[in-house]
Design a protein around this ligand. Structure first.
Ligand code: GDP
Ligand code: GDP
Length: 434
């Protein structure tokens, strides 16, 4: 499972500047490919070959210090709950403040490894100013400048040392589902309905991870693991009134699952926050099922399901090949369908297409509609194979792979989807040199 690193600290110390610096390189690439806007507070980074997820927990806590004061416990609690390591950022320009001391106290109590980053050390004089932060009770601090990047390497060297070694992916033959969504969408009700009446728990898998959150269920003849997000077994009970926290709480569960069951309230719509969660799963190459809940509350006219579906798909572009199920947890409507669909998506995600089949089906299509000429050169795709990755990834071998641009890659993806069912699953297309 991917390690999670959280950045905490008061507003304006430079958390987002630092965050952007760490994720910039990678995000720029993925953004260009998919063309979607990203949640700016969560991303992936790597250092010395170790990959980790980075959360800027200050995300929505912008503004004045008194706004922050109310949120400080929450922010740090979230980080302590969710992260494997914490970067605690302070600002040498502003100097030591009472709030810094408060954060330090919470962190020391938590026993989570944390690293004190003294930011805005842009010059040698400021290096000396940093000494006052020793009073936060740390053995070591890291001076850095998020703006020019100096000092970040030393911090990252030590940080990645405490991150758990990447485990062999726990090859469970059972699908792992995460039920995710905004507060009040109906997640707990859904889970209770799903597992409620019968003796559902087969075993409590201790798992190989320190705090594995899988529970194994058998329902409607389907066996699966449910990854906890609804706060069923949370150590702390932060009221998730800030959207940010509920989104960030989903990160680990999403990274840990095969298929995300995204549940939202039909009366509130598929809004920006729901979309953030949707893209979080997409970015992690997870399967997705969208459940439109509380359908009992929506007045129905002849076309409402179709129209509603269309609205959702428009927001999902270009990843529109996603199943959408209209449910009412209250009336226990289509709960079976929801799980059945999630199982199908799981199968699609683990689907392996034989190389001979791929080539038989796709090469004629490519021949009929070849990649456009580029700089007067013909691009010939000669051979296609599926790579042995957890989610469907295909390598197209060509004489001039660099000349195949995004629109044609999307064409290839669409053809893959049309001919082999990959509903609900991100598909990756690579062009390689033959
Ligand atoms: P956040 O609220 O903690 O996320 O802080 P921001 O990243 O938004 O930064 C707050 C302000 O500090 C911005 O004006 C940044 O340009 C500035 N800042 C961030 N890092 C540095 C740094 O290393 N040196 C200096 N001089 N300014 C910085
Ligand atoms: P969570 O915060 O996502 O876990 O949401 P809950 O499961 O606690 O549900 C929030 C509220 O929505 C509760 O009052 C539920 O009774 C209600 N609710 C859940 N599903 C439905 C539904 O299908 N129809 C209606 N009308 N209410 C629902």
């Amino acid at each position: 499972m991917m390690s999670i690193v959280a950045i905490v600290g008061r507003p304006n110390v430079g958390k987002s500047t630092f965050f952007n610096r760490l994720i910039q390189r990678r995000e720029a690439i993925t953004d260009a490919v998919s063309g979607v806007t990203r949640d700016r507070h969560y991303g992936k980074s790597d250092w010395n070959g170790k990959e980790f997820s980075l959360i800027d927990t200050g995300g929505y806590v912008k503004g004045s210090d008194d706004v922050f004061e109310a949120e400080i416990d929450k922010q740090v609690e979230l980080a302590i709950d969710e992260a494997d390591a914490i970067i605690f950022m302070v600002d040498v320009e502003a100097g030591l403040t009472g709030m810094d001391e408060e954060v330090a106290t919470l962190l020391r109590k938590s026993k989570k490894p944390f690293f004190l980053a003294v930011n805005k050390v842009d010059s040698a004089t400021r290096e000396n100013d940093a000494v006052e932060f020793y009073s936060l009770g740390v053995e070591k601090y890291y001076t850095l400048s998020s703006i020019n990047g100096s000092g970040t390497g030393e911090l990252l060297d030590d940080l990645v040392k405490v991150l758990p070694e990447k485990e062999e992916t726990e090859e469970s033959e059972l699908p792992r589902f995460a039920v995710v969504g905004r507060p009040n969408a109906g997640k707990s009700s859904f889970i209770n309905t799903l597992i409620g009446e019968e003796r559902y728990i087969v075993t409590d898998i201790a798992g190989t991870t320190r705090d594995s959150i899988d529970t194994r269920y058998n329902r409607f003849g389907f066996e699966f693991n449910l990854v906890d997000t609804a706060g069923i077994r949370r150590k702390t009970k932060v009221k998730e009134d800030l959207e940010f926290y509920s989104v960030m709480r989903s990160v680990r569960a999403i990274e840990h699952c095969d298929v995300m069951i995204l549940i939202f309230d039909a009366t509130r719509g598929f809004d920006g926050q729901v979309q953030n969660i949707f893209w979080l799963a997409h970015r992690n190459n997870k399967g997705v099922v969208i459940l439109v809940n509380k359908w009992d509350l929506v007045e129905k006219e002849t076309n409402s399901v179709k129209d509603y579906e269309k609205l959702i798909r428009r927001e999902c572009e270009p990843f529109t090949d996603v199943p959408i199920v209209f449910i009412s947890v209250l009336n226990k409507q289509r709960i079976y369908k929801a799980i059945e669909t999630a199982v199908e998506v799981y199968k699609n995600r683990s689907k392996r297409i034989k190389t001979s089949k791929l080539n038989d089906v796709l090469l004629p299509i490519i021949q009929a509609t070849p990649p456009p000429q580029y700089k007067g050169k013909y691009v010939k795709i000669k051979f296609i194979t599926q790579l042995p990755t957890p989610h469907p990834t295909f390598a197209f071998f060509a004489n001039l792979p660099q000349y195949v641009k995004d629109p044609y890659k999307r064409f290839l993806e669409n053809k893959l989807r049309e001919n082999f069912d990959f509903t609900g699953v991100p598909v990756t297309v690579y062009l390689r040199k033959k």
